[in-house]
Each structure stands twice: as C-alpha cells, then as structure tokens.
Design a protein around this ligand. Structure first.
Ligand code: THU
Length: 165
C-alpha cells in the first residue's frame, strides 16, 4: 500500500493594538500626522474612502501618498503603493524604516485600523526583501485603535517572491 505523508503548517501573524497614540514614540506620532495630511489629499470620488500613507526613510525624509482613483476603476492606485513607488523612484537606495496609514470613509465613521489590501502587501514585501530589513507598519482609521506590525512579512506569510521565479 502506498503511504501518503501529510503535514500541517501553521504560520503566525501577530500585531499590537494601541487604544491611544500616547503610547507611541514621537517619531511615529509625527509619521501618523503625515499620513493624516496625505489622506486629506486623496482623490477618491468613486469610493469616498480616503487613504493616506507616509513612509520614513533612513535619511530622515518622509514620503507620503494617497489613493488615486479613476473612472476606469482598476486604473486607480492605493495610497500605500502610490507612496512606496514614489519613495523607491526618488530614493532607490534609501531603506524604508516605517510606514503609517490613515484611512476612512467620507460617509461613515471608520473606527478600526485599516490594513492594506493584498496587492499592497505584495508590493511592500518586495521592498522589504530588497532592503533586507523590516518595515514597521502602523494602521489607523479616522478614529480609534492603532495597529502595529513589526514587518510586512508578518502580515503576508507564505509569500510569492523572487525566490520562486
Ligand atoms: N485603498 C487604499 O488606498 N489602500 C488600502 O489599503 C485599501 C484600499 C483605496 C483603494 C480605493 O481607492 C479605495 O481605497 C477603496 O477601495
């Protein structure tokens, strides 16, 4: 009789939730403010869901971006990718230390931290692997808790990456 081997693999995703910004270091509070400012510049007439992302580079520069929608819906881009593509275009050799994201609906309160979509996780992971150091992530809604992840890898386990090509 043929024997079949089977194993179960468990991957862990762990993050921290803060109920106030007060517990966070000043540089993170500053980065969250930059994300909130970017959020105000979102172009989201179709979803009315405004997202701002801010990245801190190793050289101290803060790069921000917001979601940019389009009448041909899939042509638009999320805030996280707008920001990280710009950062990599302008500062290809600067490591990204942290990213803060602020997101919320124009039409109803968004009281939970908003994690990035799958496509953004994939794009962020590419740069994290390229620089070989973690990008710390902070997410918030328009009010309420702030979620922290120590890396992109943490929120995208079992990733497809260049090693699979
Ligand atoms: N969006 C982001 O910018 N980031 C995310 O992580 C989730 C979704 C944008 C895309 C679209 O413009 C709107 O939010 C609604 O999906």
């Amino acid at each position: 009789m043929m024997s079949v081997k089977m194993k179960k693999i468990n991957l862990k995703c762990e993050f921290t939730v803060y109920d106030s910004q007060k517990a966070l270091p000043n540089d993170v509070i500053q980065l969250i403010k930059a994300a909130e400012e970017a959020q105000k510049k979102a172009y989201a007439p179709y979803s009315n869901f405004l997202v701002g992302a801010a990245l801190r580079l190793e050289n101290g520069e803060i790069i921000s971006g917001s979601n940019q929608e389009n009448a041909a819906y899939p042509s638009g881009l999320c805030a996280e990718r707008t920001a990280i593509f710009y950062a990599s275009s302008q500062f290809p050799n600067q490591k990204i230390l942290q990213m803060a994201v602020s997101a919320g609906s124009k039409t109803k309160p968004t009281k939970r931290p908003i994690p990035p979509c799958g496509a953004c996780r994939q794009a962020l992971a590419e740069y994290e692997q390229k620089q070989n150091t973690p990008i710390e992530l902070y997410f918030k809604g328009t009010e309420g808790d702030i979620a922290y992840s120590k890396s992109v890898e943490n929120i995208l386990p079992w990733i497809f990456d260049k090693n699979q090509l």
